[in-house]
Design a protein around this ligand. Structure first.
Ligand code: SDX
Length: 429
């Protein structure tokens, strides 16, 4: 922390206020505005556009340069040289594991992939056609019922076991959601498989024959998990931190994160991108939709475009686009119509003054859906896949907060309602 200060002079207050400025390792400095409350004032920042809600060492984003670092390592290097569980270890413990540490971690996660048999009965309360994210909110929250009494969030070992359980069980639960939707029996995890392969086994396998998971698709799935692993203080991660700041158990906090992720402005965008591409239908209709996206009177937005932080390309979208080409080629899908529309839409948008001026580029959700659809995953499951990948980020931030000094999150407001007034009896209304 530096000894630099910001001096704020406020009309009507004689003395200027000195506010400390703190610098991080890299990235913008911050102004500590805590002293404002003693002057009877709050800051005002709807949507937290310019608010640093916490200190963190997990992920750094430079929106101007299109940089995304996990514990200092660039996302494209992790996507091309690491794997998802190794990235989980990095996010949780801060360093890449040694070969021995990685083997122990993978074994630990693998041994937690099963869920309590009683949990399977929770699914029966849902309609078969319930949205997968609705079921995920329910069953992940229900994990609390199985561990709440044995979990002391102030015990570092308990926190670590909760993190391992969540990372391990999310693919199992996600696959159960899909199987429930299509009326097929749940598949047990096969612990001889690696993480992404096991997930595809539980999604597309059946008890009547051995699974045959394509190594290329398993690698693509693993890479999609890496690209979704963490992203600083986004809406769902901030939700997990806020829920966790009250002392709620981590399973309930992750369920809160899943709920926040569901929205089409956030993780729900991958599902919305596919629906948009299918609605556009072919490249000849693109101009009409681009015009609608620019029309202030039309609520339509180009889903998969724009980002609160990235005002340049989203580095994840670049890797995802490369992966889309590889997966479609592997599957022998030539000239996928949706990919053709997506690529042409990207070309048109990136040359359009409106998108250039507003710095709207494809984000992580723009290409992911094309890969997932090509892999046979239904559109309604896309955000569930995002939640599986993001669980490690959520729990790493929760662990970082609970391990340090923190206070319950409790924002204030600018009140514009009635000043105090007396109750009006019925006969005077
Ligand atoms: C994710 O935060 C994260 O890190 C999220 C995420 C993660 O990994 O956790 O990266 C994952 O959520 C990616 C974003 C997925 N969402 C979408 O693709 C939905 C479409 N995009 C938008 O709705 C929007 O761009 C947001 C929500 C992503 C960002 O919203 P902001 O930062 O609040 O920006 P804004 O809505 O104020 O838009 C600024 C301007 C507006 O025009 P003006 O009012 O200034 O005239 O840009 C326009 C918007 O109308 N705009 C768009 C647009 N996105 C913004 N216009 C058309 N199409 C779009 N997609």
């Amino acid at each position: 922390m530096s000894d630099r200060k910001a001096t704020l002079s406020i009309d009507g207050i004689d003395e200027a206020i000195e506010l400390p400025i703190y610098s991080g390792t890299i990235g913008p400095d911050v102004v500590d505005v805590g002293a404002l409350t003693s002057k009877g004032m709050f800051t005002y920042d709807p949507g937290f556009v310019s608010t640093a809600a916490c200190e963190s060492q997990i992920t750094f984003i430079d929106g101007g340069k299109g940089t995304l670092l996990h514990r200092g390592y660039p996302i494209d290097q992790l996507a091309n040289q690491s794997d998802y569980l190794e990235t989980c270890y990095l996010l949780l413990y801060g360093e890449l594991p040694s070969a021995e540490e990685k083997e122990t971690f993978v074994t630990t996660i693998t041994n937690h992939t099963m869920v309590h048999a009683q949990l399977a009965t929770f699914f029966n309360g849902f309609r078969r056609d319930a949205h997968p994210m609705a079921i995920m909110c329910g069953v992940v929250g229900a994990l609390s019922a199985f561990y709440h009494d044995s979990l002391d969030i102030n015990d570092a070992k308990h926190r670590e076991i909760a993190a391992h359980r969540l990372i391990a069980k999310m693919p199992t639960l996600a696959a159960m959601v899909y199987k429930y939707n299509i009326g097929q029996p749940f598949m047990y995890p096969d612990n001889s498989m690696d993480y992404a392969e096991n997930f595809l086994h539980m999604m597309f396998g059946n008890p009547c024959e051995p699974s045959n998971v394509s190594p290329v698709l398993a690698k693509a799935m693993d890479r999609i998990f890496i690209l979704h692993a963490d992203h600083e203080q986004n809406a769902s991660t901030s939700t997990v931190r806020l829920a966790g700041s009250s002392g709620a158990n981590p399973f309930a906090c992750i369920a809160a994160g899943i709920a926040a992720l569901w929205g089409p402005s956030h993780g729900g965008a991958n599902e919305a991108v596919l629906e948009m591409l299918e609605e556009i239908g072919d490249v000849y209709h693109i101009d009409e939709y681009v015009a609608r996206a620019k029309d202030k009177n039309d609520p339509f937005r180009l889903m998969g475009f724009g980002h609160r932080v990235y005002k340049n390309f989203d580095p994840r979208a670049k890797v995802m686009k490369e992966s889309a080409d590889e997966v479609l080629a592997e599957l022998g899908i030539e000239n996928d119509p949706l990919l053709a529309i997506a690529k042409r839409l990207e070309e048109i948008a990136l040359e359009d003054e409106y998108f250039i001026e507003k710095k709207l580029y494809p984000n992580v959700d723009f290409y992911s859906g094309i890969i997932l659809k090509a892999m046979g995953i239904p559109t309604s499951m896309f955000t569930v896949i995002f939640a599986v990948g993001r669980t490690v980020g959520w729990i790493a931030h929760w662990h970082e907060m609970i391990s340090g000094s923190y206070r319950i999150g409790r924002p204030r407001q600018l009140y514009t309602g009635y000043a105090q007034r007396d109750f009006t009896p019925m006969d005077e209304r």
